[in-house]
Design a protein around this ligand. Structure first.
Ligand code: GLN
Length: 473
């Protein structure tokens, strides 16, 4: 096998690896590991056809930057003429008529799209248990959840069912499953990657980013998918740095450690692993600075008010008339809407629509929605202030390692509280990465989160790479 995409390319160029065999191998493994349920759809024929064409291109030197990288795509992103279900019954038979900007960029650089991955319905959840396609198993321990909402993506990468996956992160849905499955997960700055063709959940939070087995591949993918897009007015018109050629950490960093992220509820083994990383960073000459993020305790409340408010508005478009599932009720339009939505949406999505509608309703808007917007600003101010004196912030990604299937599914509040360390980066719009640093006593992966100032992804990648490399020394 190869350790990253550059090595894979070399092996293909020198004839040591056949890209067609490589894709065939992934397809076989997807089939034999079907019980993991990572994929909603597998594009067997297309993937094999592209493998043939791209293998030729690699050999004659005309292939793109991601040549032959085999990538799966969370089923909330559009690919022309392919199903787009968001793991929901309401979009059961829906096919996209165009391709998401981020995915088109992968295709243009000769990546191979192998299929669409399972996820929580409309990306709402932390365990992949809210999917009309059934839950996903964590390949590290099949009695555990893979995390969510991009659970299929994390499981596909951890289970070696593809080289990389594209997921989305609104409150932690890339970083938390990456931590649970022991892979790298990167949530870029809000606006770094176009959201065109991404099914909207909470539009002011949603970000698209990669899952990979190593930092080099995350850097390559980010470089390709980033950039301004005229079809997404919130995408930033800021040039894209060369991430992949620039991973060597050349300076000593000031690393902030927020004490609010080490309080009650943090699993002891996770705390110990993070602390031992801190010791290593110190001895490597980096400066560790204790910092305050005083509004951390309001993160979950603010996130779940604002994200559900946006969701209730975004999901109004599924009315039975325009997309997907329609329950025919002759001569009664209002009832057709009601029945289509009642039958099409799952329980968690309905809960979010009700919560969101409530916080936006007249009489409650000021008390909840406006208040939460103000708190969002305070949380962002906390980060701005801290980034005046540190380059990066380091924390656990999650308070626990992967939990058992069914363990939290009857307790939504408990499930929501698991997003405590990830959701603040979305509230502030800053980039964050989760990298695997250790395993607990049950061999479950432990993830460490790094957060940086807006558009400072390069620092996340450099320190992430440094930490992974030093743990192999
Ligand atoms: N777990 C969070 C939620 O349920 C985050 C989801 C996400 O990032 N898409 O909303």
């Amino acid at each position: 096998m190869y350790k990253n995409h550059s090595e894979k390319l070399d092996q293909i160029k020198t004839g040591k690896l056949s890209l067609v065999d490589n894709v065939t191998g992934f397809l076989k493994l997807i089939e034999s590991e079907k019980e993991i349920n990572a994929f909603n759809f597998v594009f067997e024929k297309d993937a094999l056809e592209s493998a043939k064409v791209i293998e030729e291109k690699i050999k004659n030197g005309t292939a793109g930057k991601l040549a032959g990288m085999v990538i799966s795509v969370k089923d909330v992103l559009a690919i022309k003429n392919k199903p787009l279900t968001c793991s929901s019954n309401i979009l059961k038979n829906f096919e996209s008529i165009y391709t998401a900007a981020s995915i088109q960029k992968l295709i243009d650089e000769d990546a191979i799209i192998i299929g669409k991955t399972n996820c929580d319905e409309f990306a709402m959840g932390s365990s992949n248990e809210n999917s009309a396609f059934g839950n996903v198993l964590n390949p590290v321990d099949k009695t555990k959840v893979p995390g969510g909402s991009s659970g299929g993506s994390a499981a596909a990468v951890a289970g070696n069912l593809c080289d990389a996956s594209i997921g989305t992160d609104t409150g932690g849905s890339i970083r938390q499953p990456a931590a649970f499955c022991g892979v790298v997960g990167l949530k870029p700055t809000y606006g770094r990657v176009s959201r065109f063709g991404l099914t909207a959940f909470a539009s002011s939070f949603d970000s698209v980013g990669p899952f990979t087995n190593n930092v080099e591949d995350a850097a390559k993918i980010l470089e390709v998918i980033s950039g301004h897009d005229k079809f997404d007015s919130t995408s930033a018109d800021i040039s894209v740095p060369e991430y992949s050629g620039n991973l060597k950490l050349k300076e000593k960093l000031r690393v902030g450690v927020p004490k609010e992220f080490f309080g009650m509820g943090l699993n002891e083994e996770i705390r110990e692993s993070i602390e031992s990383e801190i010791v290593k960073l110190k001895s490597a000459g980096h400066e560790i600075i204790e910092i305050d993020l005083p509004h951390t305790e309001y993160t979950i409340a603010a996130y779940y008010i604002l994200a559900t408010a946006e969701a209730s508005s975004n999901l109004a478009r599924y009315d039975g008339a325009r997309y997907g599932q329609r329950t025919e009720v002759k001569g009664d339009l209002a009832n057709m809407y009601t029945r289509s939505r009642s039958e099409g949406f799952g329980d968690e999505v309905k809960r979010r629509i009700m919560l969101g509608t409530y916080v936006l309703s007249s009489g409650y808007y000021d008390a909840y929605y406006s208040k939460a917007q103000k708190v969002r600003r305070l949380i962002k101010n906390d980060f701005d202030k801290v980034f005046e004196k540190v380059d990066l912030i380091l924390s656990p990604t999650t308070p626990t390692t992967a939990f058992g299937i069914g363990e939290k599914s009857n307790d939504p509040l408990e499930m929501y509280l698991g997003d405590i360390y990830t959701a603040s980066a979305n509230l502030a719009g800053i980039p964050a990465i989760s990298i695997p640093i250790a395993e607990d006593s049950n061999n479950l992966p432990i993830g460490m989160q790094l957060m940086a100032k807006q558009f400072n992804e390069i620092k996340l990648l450099q320190l992430g790479q440094f930490i992974i490399n030093s743990s192999h020394e």
